[in-house]
Write a protein that binds this ligand. Structure first.
Ligand code: ADP
Ligand code: ZN
Length: 719
């Protein structure tokens, strides 16, 4: 067959035809290099054919075939499916699968150094090198330089004399031989039932999605490890998706003690070399277990047998930029197309997932108790209207007393406030001016650490002004409301001797700093931890027995469809940090809305009750999961042109039964990074093909290139 259609890794909607050069054996799924315009781009052969519609004078030839196992039919279908569902260009989805184009080329070996056969009289520097290498392990030049504190020329001299020899080093595929039975774990009977249910689905030809539902500490991880062990035994691959933030050393350590090796990792802070090695080992099937952030879902696994989505309710699974998709939902689809099980794990499942359980689509696996019988924390509401903090303070007397009692017992306190910096708003006492970001519809947040005001949306920052930028009055600016830094100041005032740690992403901005902080907590080198949601996930701190939620109302406002649900999940998760082993935990919710349903249900630990009420409200409002939702975000630098473009789109909106179009209207975040934003919301009956409707709608519309139209299927953010 002389022609092939190739999908390239650019934002293209369709495949292009190429000539197969004489002598090149090509099959569907092969990775190739092809010319596109003046560039050479990577792609995958999508089809072969005898003829092409492209005139023979214009059709170009494939440049090169990469020496790799070809992409499976399933993976190609999956890419088409993801593109269609999210209204994304097919080539852009392929690009997520081939996110490391360098990995298409076989990797070059690195040079390593070992002891050679000869020996000579050694000077002290040389002797040090020989001593280091005497353990027989090969080392790279940079490692020897560092360990022996010598320059590279010393090593090279030894190579010249044959005392040290240079060899080729090939990096080993990560997690290539995990041991399914490295650590024997006896599951509890609830765990056994759950694990067996997943295991039995391996024998069935077809996919099954499970909701593994149990509070933090109930042993969910141990259950899906059991399923992973089985995957390892059958020499297949398993993927564990996690919200990026939860990819912690403690999880990796646990994996290692269970399977004898660390898992392969896939996240945003890998080095290019790690990324390249890991991609290739996944495609060739050498790597068996991968723990990754959402983007790991789109890698072309050689033989994927299981997908676990840990903390399935987490908002981080929704990618909001470039290509908008929901990794949890796309994982379920991948499972269905590959006919493999998908395990969604959570202590606070999303309403969508719960509804799928109720509708019988997902199997519900429940772990009702904390493993080993550790007790659940006791949750109390502090009504801030009655138990008032001091002026300009945020910790209520009751919480303060509890903190004193906890510290006296040498136990730890966690104060939770999901807000970085010192104060979310700076206000002029004289004229009422509020300091806003010049590029976004947002207030600037004061950070005392940097003595600057920062925008949390675009990264803009400026020095805290001495006089009001509006009226010029000196000493008139006041900080309003608390951030974690301000709580730290208050804690220092109340507890001058306590060792305090602030856990926020701007403070612990590297993996090492975060790891050290977590160790400091674990080893009781801190007494009071003040944290944002960075603290909420996946960590296990037995000595934290008192948790204070500074502002339980934060997150409830905003008119967002999922505001209450997310708030419940987050607070529930934070509450779950308290007293996980033999020590019992106490949680205090500070609120101005003590009678609110969320607060009551949190205090009663009534998750299912909360979910039921929430579901009923969504049903009545004809909102997901009982209807479909999509959003169009129209943005541009010119305010009038953006408005005009949005109106033009709105004017030709489809009119169909079961469809409601809301907007265009100014987005709540009307400006981000200097771009004006208009939103249109499409609400449709569940049985309607909303994607088809939107693509037909937008197809006919001409818009200036300065205006951007983004489609967000199943939107999570309504800003
Ligand atoms: P979850 O994932 O639901 O938060 P984990 O799997 O982390 O729960 O379990 C909580 C704690 O209980 C962990 O320290 C874990 O090592 C321990 N654990 C869970 N199951 C077992 C088991 N079958 N045998 C021994 N320890 C277990
Ligand atoms: Zn900004």
């Amino acid at each position: 067959m002389p022609f092939c259609s190739v999908l390239v890794t650019s934002a293209v909607e369709k495949t292009y035809d190429y000539l197969i050069p004489e002598g090149l054996e090509l099959g569907v799924g092969d990775y190739v290099l092809v010319p596109l315009g003046s560039r050479a781009v990577h792609g995958v052969v999508w089809a072969l054919s005898e003829v092409s519609d492209v005139p023979s004078s214009r059709v170009k030839a494939v440049l090169q075939k990469h020496d790799l196992p070809s992409m499976s039919d399933m993976m190609r279908h999956y890419i088409e499916w993801v593109a269609r569902y999210n209204l994304a260009p097919m080539g852009a989805v392929l690009k997520m699968a081939i996110s490391v184009p360098q990995a298409l080329e076989p990797s070059q070996p690195m040079t390593g150094y070992v002891l050679g056969k000869k020996s000579i009289d050694l000077n002290p520097a040389q002797a040090k090198i020989v001593e280091i290498l005497s353990d027989g392990l090969p080392r790279r030049l940079s490692e020897i330089e560092k360990q022996a504190e010598v320059s590279s020329s010393v090593v090279k001299t030894l190579v010249k004399h044959g005392v040290v020899a240079a060899i080729d080093l090939f990096s080993k595929a990560p997690c290539s031989s995990p041991d399914s039975d490295f650590l024997a774990v006896a599951l509890s009977s609830d765990q056994r039932v759950a694990a067996d249910s997943i295991l039995s689905s391996f024998d069935r030809d077809g996919s099954q999605t499970f909701l593994l539902d149990g509070i933090t500490g109930s042993g969910k991880t141990e259950v899906y490890f059991e399923a992973i062990a089985e995957i390892i035994r059958s020499d297949q691959q398993a993927l564990i998706l996690m919200p990026e933030i939860a990819l912690s050393n403690s999880f990796i350590g646990r994996f290692k003690s269970r399977f004898g090796v660390t898992p392969a990792l896939w996240h945003s802070s890998m080095t290019p070399a790690q990324r390249r090695l890991t991609w290739r080992s996944i495609v060739t099937g050498q790597t068996k277990v991968i723990v990754g952030a959402r983007s790991a879902l789109f890698l072309p696994y050689a033989d994927l047998g299981l997908i676990v989505v840990d903390e399935e309710h987490d908002g981080a699974y929704k990618q909001e930029e470039i290509l908008i998709y929901h990794a949890r939902d796309m994982a379920v689809v991948r499972g269905a197309l590959s006919k493999i099980p998908v395990v969604l794990a959570s202590a606070t499942p999303s309403l969508e997932t719960m509804q799928n359980v109720l509708d019988g689509r997902y199997v519900h696996l429940k772990l009702p108790d904390r493993f080993g019988g550790a007790s659940k924390p006791d949750i109390q509401i502090i009504d801030l209207r009655l138990d008032k903090p001091e002026r300009q303070h945020f910790i209520a007397p009751k919480l303060r007393d509890e903190m004193v009692a906890t510290l006296e017992k040498n136990q730890q306190v966690l104060l939770f406030l999901n807000r970085r910096g010192f104060a979310p708003l700076t206000l002029c006492r004289t004229c009422g001016h509020r300091i806003e970001c010049p590029k976004c519809t947002a207030w600037l947040v004061e950070h005392r650490r940097t003595h600057h005001l920062h925008c949390h949306h675009c990264g803009y920052s400026k020095k805290l002004p001495e006089v009001c930028p509006s009226c010029g009055e000196a000493d008139s600016l006041v900080a309003c409301g608390p951030g974690v830094e301000r709580i730290a100041e208050e804690v220092a005032e109340y507890f001058p001797d306590a060792r305090v740690l602030v856990m926020a992403s701007d403070v612990l901005d590297t993996h090492d700093k975060l790891t050290k902080a977590l160790e400091d907590i674990r080893d009781s080198r801190v007494d009071i931890i003040i944290g944002t949601q960075l603290i909420a996930k996946g960590h296990h701190f037995p000595m934290i027995t008192c948790v204070g939620i500074i502002d339980a109302d934060l997150g409830l406002s905003g008119g967002d469809l999922r505001a209450t649900e997310r708030s419940f999940q987050l607070l529930h998760q934070v509450a779950g940090r308290a007293g996980r082993e033999e020590l019992s935990g106490h949680v205090f919710l500070q609120t101005y809305n003590a009678e609110q349903r969320v607060m009551q249900m949190l205090a009663e630990d009534n998750r299912d009750g909360f979910m039921a009420v929430e579901a009923e409200e969504r049903r009545r409002a004809h909102m997901p999961p009982f209807a479909r939702l999509a959003a169009l975000v129209i943005s541009g630098s010119n305010e009038a042109a953006t408005r005009e473009a949005a109106l033009a789109i709105g004017r030709v909106a489809p009119k169909a039964e079961g469809v409601r179009i809301l907007g265009p209207a100014q987005a709540q975040m009307y400006r981000i990074r200097g771009k004006y934003r208009q939103r249109i919301l499409i609400q449709a009956d569940k049985n309607l093909n909303i994607q088809k409707m939107i693509s037909e709608w937008l197809k006919g519309i001409k818009r200036p290139s300065s205006i951007r139209v983004q489609v967000d299927i199943d939107p999570q953010s309504f800003l």
